[in-house]
Ligand binder design. Structure first.
Ligand SMILES: [Fe+2]
Ligand SMILES: [Fe+2]
Length: 191
């Protein structure tokens, strides 16, 4: 009886599995960014600086991207689409907080989560309670009420890391890796 040909069943390496996950995550992430730009005013965030040479838009993308990566690593959080959208909109205040003539700049640090949440609710009426919490609580402990859910804790933590990092980088590019990803997945985005 002829022997059956030996077929080596190749299982994907850990690195290949990680790459597949990254690709899947990147597609979902940048689809969400495109949706918020198309249906809302996220693109306006490219017109104002946040920290150092980083615009509010690039800062928001960085916070959302690294918050989602952290959540996936921890594996102990709930819905990633809500974490992603809440994080992308966490600084959706839509004015230049460096402009001394803009009256909204008074108490910016304390009040911008409320402005951001109001704008987000106006543009995206389907915003969930968790997404609103992520936006409203991201400045804790400066704003006194703490987040309740793990997703909101992750975003407020990553936001502080990104803000410190961007400030330290001053005029140099804080996120070359993220810029490269934007070039690949959403090249039409101006950030
Ligand atoms: Fe903020
Ligand atoms: Fe922020």
């Amino acid at each position: 009886m002829p022997s059956l040909p030996l077929i080596a069943r190749r299982t994907p390496s850990a690195l290949e599995q990680l790459d597949a996950l990254s690709n899947e995550m990147n597609i979902a992430f940048f689809s969400c960014v495109a949706d918020l730009v198309t249906r809302g005013r996220l693109g306006l965030e490219a017109q104002a600086k946040q920290h150092g040479s980083t615009t509010v838009l690039l800062h928001s993308l960085a916070v959302a991207y690294y918050a989602e990566s952290m959540a996936r690593t921890l594996g102990a959080v709930g819905p990633l689409p809500e974490l992603r959208r809440g994080a992308l909109l966490h600084d959706y205040f839509l004015y230049d907080w460096h402009d001394a003539h803009d009256p909204r700049n008074r108490h910016h640090a304390l009040l911008h989560p409320r402005y951001a949440c109001d704008n987000a609710c106006e543009d995206f009426p389907d915003l969930t309670e968790l997404e609103r919490e992520i936006i409203l609580r991201h400045m804790f402990p400066l704003t006194l009420v703490p987040p309740r859910h793990a997703e909101a804790w992750i975003v407020t933590t990553v936001d502080k890391w990104c803000a410190s990092y961007e400030t330290a980088k001053r005029k140099t590019d804080a996120y070359p890796h993220l810029r490269a990803l934007i070039g690949t997945y959403l090249p039409e985005l101006v950030f």
